[in-house]
Write a protein that binds this ligand. Structure first.
Ligand SMILES: Nc1ncnc2c1ncn2[C@@H]1O[C@H](COP(=O)(O)OP(=O)(O)OP(=O)(O)O)[C@@H](O)[C@H]1O
Length: 243
């Protein structure tokens, strides 16, 4: 069940140099809630996740993590405060799977001393990774790499998890397993903001779907609302003006 607000943005704006991409984004994610960001290509979804995660600086607006203003906190310091980001399939290719995970047990030092999952505990969730624990990460398949970055988040035990689309190019069975993990994290109280191009995938995991267009959020719906009105989701994803 969703609880207190763990992530909030107010009036978040910004872009690249003189090009403004985001225009005053207000959103919230509650404890244990999964919120999906949907919308056509180029509307600013990745830019928004980068700004929330601290990889880019907004020109205006505020990011609150557990009620704390973290707008000026560098991205690298945010895992300690409870924010983990999954963007792409980042891994140190020459290191083994196990050593990649070990790296995340050091810098965390969560100030609230929340217990973290051990490397073996994280590997136990992903039998495919456990079987490849001593292999260099560079030899993993795309889906296995995605499992590795999600296994990292089990170790970091975030309050807020930001995910830039992970389903693209992965076999449905792999996507299903990753979605199951997001559901388990939600049950454990993690609030997730997930970019997802596929509304069907988003509806299968999210409590709410936010639809973006031209750097703003134009609509917000629950999966139940979208199931009742199948045309609505289609129009929103195609960049319509429904709300
Ligand atoms: N580094 C950059 N420099 C300049 N413009 C950029 C940069 N990155 C993205 N943009 C532009 O910002 C806009 C928003 O891009 P963004 O990647 O946030 O969109 P998106 O909604 O995530 O798209 P997609 O679904 O295609 O990934 C686009 O017009 C894009 O061309």
């Amino acid at each position: 069940m969703a609880g207190d607000i763990v992530l909030q943005t107010t009036g978040l704006s910004g872009g690249y140099g003189s090009i403004q991409v985001l225009f005053g984004i207000d959103l919230t994610v509650r404890r244990g809630e999964t919120v999906a960001l949907c919308g056509p290509n180029g509307v600013g979804k990745s830019t928004l996740v980068r700004m929330i995660s601290g990889l880019s600086r907004p020109s205006a607006g505020t990011v609150f993590l557990n009620g704390l203003d973290v707008t000026g906190v560098p991205g690298a310091r945010r895992p300690r405060l409870g924010m983990s980001t999954v963007i792409g399939q980042q891994a140190f290719g020459s290191l083994s799977v196990r050593d990649n995970l070990r790296m995340h047990t050091y810098p965390v030092n969560r100030t609230d001393e929340k217990p973290t999952t051990s490397v073996d505990g994280a590997l136990a969730v992903f039998p495919r990774l456990r079987a490849r624990a001593d292999q260099p990460a560079s030899t993993l398949s795309g889906g296995e790499r995605q499992m590795l970055v999600l296994a990292k988040t089990l170790i970091q035990r975030p309050d807020v998890l930001l995910i830039d689309e992970f389903s693209l190019g992965l076999a449905p069975v792999v996507v299903g397993g990753l979605l199951e993990l997001i559901r388990r994290l939600a049950t454990a109280g993690v609030g997730t903001l997930l970019i997802e191009q596929s509304v069907n995938v988003a509806m299968s995991v999210a409590d709410r779907l936010l639809f973006m267009e031209h750097g703003t959020i134009i609509a917000e719906h629950t999966p139940a609302e979208l199931r009742e009105s199948p045309d609505l989701a289609r129009r929103l994803v195609l960049g319509g003006h429904a709300s």
